[in-house]
Ligand binder design. Structure first.
Ligand SMILES: Cc1cc2nc3c(=O)[nH]c(=O)nc-3n(C[C@H](O)[C@H](O)[C@H](O)COP(=O)(O)OP(=O)(O)OC[C@H]3O[C@@H](n4cnc5c(N)ncnc54)[C@H](O)[C@@H]3O)c2cc1C
Length: 392
């Protein structure tokens, strides 16, 4: 066998782009995942259980809201934040989803649109993992088109009364606080609804094929009365909700690289060990073509998010730039997971190997936070000036 000259797991030495702090953060999270998640995740997945016992450690490591400033948050740059999500998703998309929802969809809206009292009450608790949050935008009849939501919040003297429902909500039944988006006389606004509020109920969605080690729920609001001060005062229409989604989509673009790397690494080592027709599987041309494609796409994806992190650090990032990365990287990771699953043959369908689990997870990750096609339309509009979303 010819000696390998390149590192198959970092073909372009992308790691050289990271400073010492970023490398240390990446290593710390990677070791945490190896130590605490990898041995238990297949079992959690099979039983459809979120590994909740890891939340205190995730909080202690400073992974929640890690790119926010103050309130106990780590205040990291967006490269370090992205690397955290990459290493979490190398373990499982479910734990990464938990961290993304908590940081980008619960802490960020409170941070960006909340009152001082809301920030002081919730951000330190959420940062430590002492409280859990969820984000309710999607409804049974409003996913890609959240502007058509039916949930309403009617203003009374000192309160709002919520009626409606939200579907496919990560963390719904385990959340202490829900960021809920609703129609008001003043357009779409965001509200904080606390667990236990009369008229608010959450139920888990059972029987998922994807993201099984993640809690996904339906939220019901039936004459649910919340104090007027639970309105997130700086929210202004759907654009505020979309600003939260942009934070999460940025993180997903990094996260899915972790899942892709886990699949590619397993496919490469499996094909080296597996002997077929008297030779290692990795010595066949069609297998090599697949591996070459994988390492090329992973390398391109890594460079894409690294550049995106610099645009985000400098506040020069646009939603369409984030769409490009979310769309490309989810597609790349899912294709790599599907290909790896195939290369492992029957073994690829077993929990003992990571590829099948990542493949199923990535089907959901490709759909949530804007489907592949929705991001195509975002890019189309950015390029041409014509909106092709629908009739409105
Ligand atoms: C595991 C999981 C967790 C989730 N967590 C959350 C959460 O925490 N909070 C939350 O609010 N939501 C969450 N979601 C919901 C998710 O964001 C939605 O599923 C997603 O936005 C797509 O909406 P939909 O499922 O209603 O699909 P639809 O909007 O019905 O789309 C169906 C298909 O139509 C296509 N399509 C839609 N519009 C167009 C168009 N104009 N032109 C061409 N094709 C189009 C889509 O690309 C897709 O292929 C979660 C979903 C999953 C699966």
């Amino acid at each position: 066998m010819i000696k390998k000259k390149n590192n198959p797991f970092d073909f372009y030495n992308v790691e050289e782009l990271f400073d010492d702090d970023e490398k240390l953060i990446q290593k710390t999270v990677r070791e945490f995942i190896r130590r605490e998640l990898l041995d238990v995740i297949a079992d959690c997945y099979e039983k459809a259980e979120f590994p909740k016992k890891l939340i205190p450690q995730v909080g202690k490591l400073g992974l929640l809201g890690a790119n926010l400033q103050g309130y106990g948050c780590a205040g990291l740059n967006n490269t370090a934040y992205g690397l955290i999500l990459q290493e979490l998703e190398r373990g499982d998309s479910g734990l990464r989803s938990f961290v993304s929802v908590q940081g980008s969809l619960v802490m960020y809206p409170i941070y960006a649109f909340g009152s001082d009292a809301q920030k002081e009450k919730w951000l330190p608790l959420l940062q430590k993992g002492h409280a859990i949050g969820c984000f309710g935008l999607t409804e049974p009849d409003a996913g890609s088109d959240p502007g058509s939501m039916k949930t309403k919040a009617i203003r009374k003297k000192n309160s709002y009364v919520l009626n409606g429902s939200k579907a496919w909500i990560t963390n719904g039944t385990v959340a202490d606080v829900a960021v809920v988006w609703a129609q008001t006389d003043d357009g779409i606004r965001g509200f904080l609804v606390e667990k236990g509020t009369p008229g608010f109920e959450a139920k888990d969605i059972k029987g998922k094929l994807a993201l099984r080690a993640s809690v996904t729920s339906v939220l019901y609001f039936s004459d649910c009365e919340i104090p007027a001060e639970n309105l997130l005062p700086k929210t202004q229409g759907l654009k505020s909700a979309l600003m939260c989604l942009n934070q999460a989509r940025y993180g997903i673009s990094w996260g899915v690289i972790g899942a892709a790397l886990a699949c590619y690494e397993q496919a490469l080592s499996y094909c080296e060990q597996r002997k077929i027709f008297g030779k290692p599987l990795s010595s066949f041309q069609m297998i090599q073509e697949k591996l070459a494609w994988m390492v090329t796409e992973i390398t391109k994806a890594q460079l894409l998010v690294w550049r995106l992190s610099k645009l985000k650090d400098n506040d020069h990032i646009t939603p369409a730039q984030i769409s490009l990365a979310k769309r490309n990287n989810c597609w790349m990771a899912l294709e790599i997971a599907r290909m790896s699953r195939d290369m492992l043959g029957a073994n690829g369908t077993a929990y003992e190997y990571v590829v099948g689990r990542h493949m199923c997870n990535l089907e959901a990750v490709k759909t949530y936070e804007g489907t592949h096609d929705i991001h195509t339309l975002v890019l189309g509009e950015a390029l041409t000036g014509h909106s092709a979303f629908g009739n409105k």
